[in-house]
Design a protein around this ligand. Structure first.
Ligand code: ADP
Ligand code: F6P
Length: 322
């Protein structure tokens, strides 16, 4: 049976570019003669029936804005079989026969459950962490690394003036992609990735002392959130090296702000692709970007995939620092 009405929701942590994806979903659907409903606050809003009609103008003036106009939430109830059944029933009650879920791995688990209950669902990867295995691109990563890069440049200025050591903690949950990219882009002396860090703080300390002897004016350590403890690490390094050491935790600023051009473009294309998959009668699929192409994967197969920081990229990032 052909799809007539679709819903769209954002779930999990927000990411810059989600609005561009919502806009693309709404406009592609309307262009194809479908009705669109916005489901507010992710699965939590679905269970509360926070569902609004969306027109083409509902998504005007949002392509350049960070955050998500649909708001986002985490919802414990939807992880239960009862919650999922209730969610599917609410979709049916509102005539929603397809849902586009913009979020991360957790949100896709939920999408898979909805699909099994007869609601066609398509996921779009939205997270600044880049930690979704089936895709080389996730909405928000590009903006987040650019925000972090700019902030780290600023910390570097003052760090150099004061001849200090700086530990700058970036987000990424258990993944080190933001840290690795900033390591390259900011020319950091050290990058600590959860996937690679062996906990050898003494080696770090020795290197800082050695660099200072060679005349280096600052020492920038980018520390991934998955390692954390930046403040206590700074205290230990200062005590061991005698060099003033400060910790800066960049935090939520990395999740906000106007999306970059890349995030706007990729999110727009993924949004359109998601609706086209629903129109083609597909369900339980994730839109992804791989090897230069937009592709789609079965949700469970995608969730079973793994990816890791490239050993080669990590090696090169270290080799470029003098
Ligand atoms: P992300 O989507 O960014 O990974 P979460 O892991 O917090 O974020 O998941 C977002 C939401 O997706 C959760 O609050 C929950 O409502 C839903 N979800 C997560 N895991 C499952 C699951 N196993 N089954 C059904 N829904 C889930
Ligand atoms: O997944 C995006 C992210 O910002 C992670 O980098 C971070 O670990 C997490 O979300 C923080 O989530 P919360 O908004 O619940 O503090």
């Amino acid at each position: 049976m052909a799809i007539k009405t679709i819903g769209v929701l954002t779930s999990g942590g927000d990411a810059p570019g989600m609005n561009a994806a919502i806009r693309a979903v709404v406009r592609t659907a309307i262009h194809n003669g479908l009705n669109v409903k916005g489901i507010m606050r992710g699965y939590a809003g679905l269970l509360q029936e926070e569902i609004v009609d969306m027109e083409s103008t509902s998504v005007s003036e949002i392509i350049h804005r960070g955050g998500t106009i649909l708001y986002t939430a985490r919802c414990q109830e939807f992880t239960t079989a009862e919650g999922q059944k209730k969610g599917a029933e609410i979709c049916k009650k509102h005539g929603i026969d397809g849902v586009v879920v913009i979020g991360g791995d957790g949100s896709f688990q939920g999408a898979g459950k909805l699909s099994a209950l007869g609601i066609n669902t398509i996921g779009i990867p939205g997270t600044i962490d880049l930690d979704i295995a089936c895709t080389e691109y996730t909405i928000g990563f590009d903006t987040a690394v650019n925000t972090a890069m700019d902030a780290i440049d600023k910390v570097r200025d003052t760090s150099t003036s004061h001849e200090r050591c700086s530990i700058i903690e970036v987000m990424g949950r258990n993944a080190g992609y933001i840290a690795l990219w900033c390591g390259f882009a900011n020319g950091a002396e050290d990058v600590l990735l959860p996937e690679r860090y062996d906990g050898n703080e003494q080696a770090l300390i020795d290197k800082i002392i050695e660099n200072r002897k060679r005349g280096k004016k600052h020492h920038i350590i980018i520390n991934a959130e998955g390692i954390g403890h930046s403040t206590s690490m700074a205290k230990r390094i200062e005590a061991a090296t005698g060099i003033e050491t400060r910790a800066t935790i960049l935090g939520y600023m990395q999740r906000g702000g106007a999306p970059t051009c890349k995030d706007r473009v990729y999110a727009s294309i993924m949004g359109a692709k998601a609706v086209e998959l629903l129109i083609a009668g597909k369900s339980n699929r994730l839109v992804a970007y791989k090897n230069g192409e937009y592709v789609d994967f079965d949700i469970q197969e995608a969730l079973a995939m793994t990816k890791d920081i490239s050993e080669d990229q990590f090696r090169i990032s270290k080799l470029l620092v003098r």
